[in-house]
Design a protein around this ligand. Structure first.
Ligand code: PEP
Length: 252
């Protein structure tokens, strides 16, 4: 299967304009021609126009960490639409990150609406799914991730996954320093791909499924060597140029 790896950096609510500039300059210098993989940056909304300028002429891709579930325009204070993000040069939007689900109460149906709103604006949604530690310990990993994925498959349809990326992010591995083993991650990735394949085998075969959860330079290669792991969604390590470049090189 020839799925081109994608390494996406989710900056979350970190940094300043000055720090972000330094980080992007270092990534630009280190990314080279990005022959074997794609690098994507998802800065905070307000830094998107600046990052767009700083990456101009480089192969680095731009995305947002979230998107409004509403399409069009209207009285939705604080929200940012997919069309606005596309207008600023974003090609991707993360939807359903576990921090959005847990801290901001986003339900499966809100996440599905965000997925659809992103695609309506021609953004590629990066749909995050993943179980909590309690769910894993209860043997409910597959039940949780299938509920999260099927909610979007049912709403948007399997064909929509020809223009989407999935990220498996076990909640217990995000920002904890605890990574899923390559085998644990591979099992879930294969399970997710099979769920899509049950609806459309061709789309499933081409679907990028990223792993996220304490990915670092030191553990990236073993994860990316797995058949169904097509790159990473990286939080903490994406804020450190040398570390993010090491992850990128492990994929490229
Ligand atoms: C994330 O924010 O999606 C993430 C995986 O964070 P970290 O790499 O810090 O675990």
């Amino acid at each position: 299967m020839a799925r081109r790896p994608l390494i996406a950096g989710n900056w979350k609510m970190n940094g300043s304009l000055r720090e972000s500039r330094k980080l992007v300059d270092a990534l630009r210098a280190g990314v080279g021609s990005a022959a074997g993989a794609d690098m994507l940056l998802a800065p905070p909304y307000v830094y998107i126009p600046a990052v767009k300028e700083w990456i101009a002429g480089s192969p680095i891709l731009l995305g947002a960490q979230d998107v409004a579930d509403k399409q069009g325009a209207g009285a939705y204070t604080g929200e940012v639409s997919g069309a606005m993000l596309a207008e600023l040069g974003c090609g991707y939007a993360i939807v359903g990150h576990s921090e959005r689900r847990t801290l901001y109460g986003e339900t499966d149906s809100v996440v599905a609406a965000k997925f659809k709103a992103a695609q309506a604006a021609k953004l590629v949604p990066i749909l995050c799914v993943g179980e909590t530690l309690a769910e894993r310990d209860a043997g409910a990993t597959e039940q949780t991730v299938s509920r999260q994925l099927e909610a979007v498959l049912d709403t948007a349809g399997a064909d929509a996954f020809a223009r989407a990326v999935v990220a498996y992010e076990p909640v217990w591995a995000i920002g904890t320093g605890r990574t899923a083993s390559p085998e644990q991650a591979q099992d879930v990735h294969a399970f997710l791909r099979a769920l899509v394949a049950a609806r459309n085998g061709t789309i499933a075969a081409d679907l990028k499924i990223l792993y996220g959860g304490s990915v670092k330079g030191a553990n990236a290669r073993a994860l990316f060597d797995m058949d169904d792991i097509d790159g990473g969604l990286v939080g903490g390590a994406s804020l450190v140029a040398a570390e993010f470049l090491a992850i990128f090189r492990a994929a490229a």
